[in-house]
Design a protein around this ligand. Structure first.
Ligand SMILES: Nc1ncnc2c1ncn2[C@@H]1O[C@H](COP(=O)(O)OP(=O)(O)O)[C@@H](O)[C@H]1O
Ligand SMILES: O=C(CO)[C@@H](O)[C@H](O)COP(=O)(O)O
Length: 568
């Protein structure tokens, strides 16, 4: 009898959920399990996975909640009869930039976990192996002073972007560590190691502190991408002896970091030889879920909204981020990241539903009315070409792109391009306007990458993440961004990031040597990838006339952003 096909696990520890997905060696999805922090672990009192202190502009997540979530997700799989014994490799991804502060005895505890007791009981939150029981979240905005110090240290935002791939950002780990050190010098002193969320999750599986991976490290403002080494200048600025606390960075994609910790062998039945591969950032992992070709763009509609593209050129700018590609040494990931993505759309949805007199507001689908309103409105809220265009910008929380305070701004743009600020739009134009302004911002900023094609638009747009299930959001995004070959949704919509991690685990274990060279990730996936069944075409993308109409308001959109920046 032939032995059963090996399986691979991919995990995604993102803002609101922990997801675990299992695939076969031929990359077919076998099993998916999700733990939602707010509803499955209500005793941590999080709202959408985080705690917010709006006085300090501080957003954090409890580390113990993530640890408990790991036992919960694996426990559910075991209960469902999942055959852990067939798993040959595990990889994963974490929300980017967050950090975890390990205390002095942590590694010893990790290495000697008792499989008869839960992880959270042994590693804990308060009084456990961490010097700070919280992890700063990517939505945090408390580090303006530290960001200023980072840019001042190297001579400005352009220079910091040239060194680290990004200008200083509130959420980036370097400024966050500097703030932690300034607030709690005693706790910093007691901290022996600092992990990113990705390497933290990897550490649990490995039973020792895992290295940070070569791509996720670029979300710290501490890594010099030109030389692929820590920037000593920026480490020195952040905190004393930081290099030893961060440890070495894993430069080799797909490295076998070690076998899985005995805890998982004994408690869940993983085999002793199961390989743990590096874990990376969630956006980087999402890129691995799709066979990207030049000019393809992924729009990830998770809690954050991100636009991702792969590029062979290192052309840094303060307007966007560049990261090392997780598996391909010659490539970079271009990224735009917005924090007013899902939460801002939910806020408009709730406002529309609460003022509605329509019976459909009580329908099971909470997006029904929002979608109806968005569809009943023409592009830019115009009924005819001579009408003013409606442009709305909605930031219920401070925004990253552009760096702006919270607020709502609505404008009318006349056909001659004149702007008039208004208090509200008539007939619920907000539903369409919020999707349009999110997409216009992406289109404006992705232009440097897209302008090699005429017209300057993506070849394909791939949509992933929670809101990729929404046909109206996907339609309008496609109308604004274009997409010469259409708009596609990955069939595991919400789970693209975990899928990318599972592909990575399979590649780490099964890649072959071809003429003396290890098989590259792209070739490995391409050999096993069948387009049918994995992606669904959800829109035509480029619509002649409509895409151009959106192009006509890009200048006015930039001007509105400038006015917001000036506090108008
Ligand atoms: N049908 C839908 N229409 C619009 N948005 C949706 C829909 N279903 C889920 N979402 C959005 O997806 C978000 C969660 O996306 P997800 O990718 O799971 O987040 P994360 O990975 O950041 O935890 C929710 O906050 C919600 O706004
Ligand atoms: O900050 C960023 C990227 O720079 C965010 O994209 C986080 O990585 C969180 O992602 P989601 O939970 O929204 O997937």
């Amino acid at each position: 009898m032939s032995s059963p096909e090996p399986l691979y696990l991919g995990l995604d520890l993102s803002t609101q959920q922990l997801k675990c997905l299992a695939i076969t060696g031929s990359l077919s999805v076998m099993h998916e399990e999700i733990v939602t922090f707010d509803s499955d672990l209500p005793h941590y009192g999080t709202k959408r996975g985080v705690h917010t202190d709006s006085v300090l502009d501080e957003v954090t997540a409890p580390v113990a909640m993530w640890i408990e979530a790991l036992d919960l997700v694996l426990g559910r799989m075991k209960k469902a009869g999942f055959e852990f014994g067939r798993v040959r490799g595990v990889s994963g991804a974490g929300q980017q930039h967050g950090s975890v502060f390990w205390g002095k005895g942590a590694e010893e505890v990790l290495g000697g976990l008792d499989s008869g007791r839960g992880l959270v009981e042994q590693l804990g939150g308060k009084g456990g192996v961490f010097t700070w029981e919280r992890s700063p979240n990517w939505q945090d905005h408390s580090t303006q002073a530290q960001c200023d110090a980072f840019e001042w240290c190297v001579g400005g935002e352009e220079m910091l972007a040239a060194i680290t791939g990004s200008k200083a950002h509130h959420r980036f780990t370097g400024p966050q560590i500097l703030r932690f050190y300034q607030r709690f010098p005693g706790l910093y002193e007691k901290t022996s190691r600092i992990s990113l969320v990705s390497s933290f999750l990897c550490s649990l599986f490995l039973g020792r502190i895992a290295p940070i991976d070569i791509s996720d490290v670029c979300g710290m403002n501490l890594w010099d991408m030109r030389s692929n080494s820590w920037s000593q200048e920026l480490l020195d600025l952040s905190a004393p002896d930081l290099r030893s606390r961060l440890g070495v960075v894993e430069m080799q994609p797909g490295k076998h970091l070690g076998p899985v910790s005995p805890y998982f062998v004994e408690r869940y039945g993983l085999c002793k030889e199961c390989v743990i591969a590096p874990f990376t950032g969630d956006n980087l992992s999402t890129m691995l879920a799709l066979p990207l070709r030049p000019l393809d763009a992924i729009v990830s509609l998770g809690t954050s909204t991100t636009l991702l593209m792969a590029t062979p050129t290192y052309f840094p700018s303060p307007s966007y981020h560049l990261f090392n590609h997780p598996t391909d040494k010659g490539l970079y990931m271009f990224m735009l990241c917005y924090c007013n993505g899902a939460l801002a759309r939910e806020k408009i949805r709730d406002e529309i539903t609460s003022t509605s007199t329509s019976p459909s507001s009580s329908d099971d689908d909470p997006w029904k009315e929002f979608n109806e309103k968005a569809l009943s409105t023409q592009p830019l809220g115009k009924s005819s070409r001579s009408d003013d265009a409606k442009l709305g910008i909605y930031f219920p929380i401070p925004e990253i792109v552009p760096n702006a305070r919270a607020g709502t701004w609505r404008y009318h743009i006349s056909p001659a391009g004149n702007l008039k600020k208004v208090e509200s739009f008539d007939s619920c134009a907000d539903a369409r306007a919020i999707i349009e302004s999110q997409a216009l911002s992406m289109r404006l900023r992705a232009n440097p990458l897209l302008s090699t094609s005429t017209p300057a638009q993506p070849r394909r747009v791939y949509l992933v993440g929670g809101a990729s299930k929404n046909p109206v959001i996907t339609k309008i995004l496609g109308q604004v961004l274009g997409g010469r070959e259409g708009v596609y949704r990955l069939d595991v919509g919400g789970n693209a990031c975990a899928l990318g991690a599972a592909y990575y685990a399979a590649w780490a274990v099964e890649r072959k040597k071809k003429s003396g060279e290890e098989e590259g990730f792209e070739d490995f996936v391409a050999e096993r990838w069948e387009e049918g069944g994995r992606i669904v075409k959800v829109g035509e993308g480029y619509e002649e006339g409509v895409w151009e109409e959106y192009g006509d308001v890009l200048g006015a959109f930039e001007e509105v952003e400038r006015r917001i920046g000036r506090g108008e």
